[in-house]
Design a protein around this ligand. Sequence first.
Ligand SMILES: [Zn+2]
Length: 437
Amino acid sequence: MRVLAPILLWLPAALSITIRSPSFVSYDSYQVVRVKTGQHLRTVQEKLSTLSYEQWNHDIHHHIDILLAPGQLSAFQDLAIDYHVMHENLGDSITAESELKARWKRDFGDLSWYDSYHPYEEHKQYFDDLHAAFPNNSEIVSSGSSYEGRDIYGLHLWGDSGPGKPAVLFHGTVHAREWIAAPVNEYIALQLVTGYNAGNNITQLYLNKYDFYIFPFVNPDGFVYTQTNERLWRKNRQPGPGNSTAIGRDINRNWEFGWDANPLGASTNPASQVYKGEAPSDAPENKGLDKFVRKLRDGAGIKLFIDWHSYGQYILTPFGYKETLYAPELGKWTKAASIVSETIRDSSDAKTTFTFGPSGATLYTTTGAAPDHVYSVGRAEWSFTIELPDTGDFGFVLPPDRIRGTVEEQWAGQQALWELLDEEFFDGEGPAIYLGM
Ligand SMILES: [Zn+2]
């Protein structure tokens, strides 16, 4: 179904992704490398301690992914450690990533949307168009405003008998540089709308059972900043406390539940990438999202919550704040995660697989993170973090030609997951599932 009116509102085609600030960080001649660790972790860390670099990953038992400035490259090579290059020249990779292909016809039904990355305003329009194509079964919703006043918009979708069913809630792009999260959210919304409109029974069944609330950008200021100034920005754009000149809180360390439970789970340093804020929900984005979560909880309840991130290919469940604490639902969550991973592997040419388990034990400790909060305070029956591809060929700067395959395989994975939400399939049947495959 084509909707003509909104298409007329599109701005003239932009040649590049957005207007870059004169202070845009080019990363020209910067390299990203994956250093092998394993049993040599301590030696490798000692050698690296002589350099200055930015670390991309947190789980360093097998490898450390690091960003090196041009001035560090020869000293790095002198360390004689085992590594391979992820980005030969990160500046070139970022430039290639941001070149908008002119093919997209500015119509949400044109799948070439998923062949490139786009500016925030175009994403917003994309959801307005999806809503216009599904006027009686959807509404644009908002969880409030970002620090810089951008709307944290979402699409609420429902089926035959009107809104009011248990919620499936998605948050994307809480970390600004994780660009692949938004297209995944958008593709799932697109499939729901077009499938329902086309009379697809299974899609209609999902929408008749659940109300979907899909928020592709819960950190819009950070996302815009990654396009105008600094591709690798992670946090929001809120100034630090007091006299601090540091900018940004990590919205995914700012949730109330477990906010102060473990000093290893976040940072109290405003300059840190994982700065937790001065108090729970003192990031305006978090405040609005939390209010929305509580509203859903007090309504028909939350069936499923997913916080979409990249990278690493993990499906993680509570708890993050304490690695030895296992929720009573862990068995069913783990089994479901294994089925999602298998489904995705079988559906994709890339044979993508995911590591799964409780996030603290599987990956690393996090306090004030969304899945713990939406499970514990929001009482979500199912609560996940999904770390999207890849596993480290490109990391955060995933080339545009990887978008389409990624969104398609996630759609396959979600359908498998939604089949399981009301099943009693795990009650004492089947083989035991061991964590941390
Ligand atoms: Zn993230």
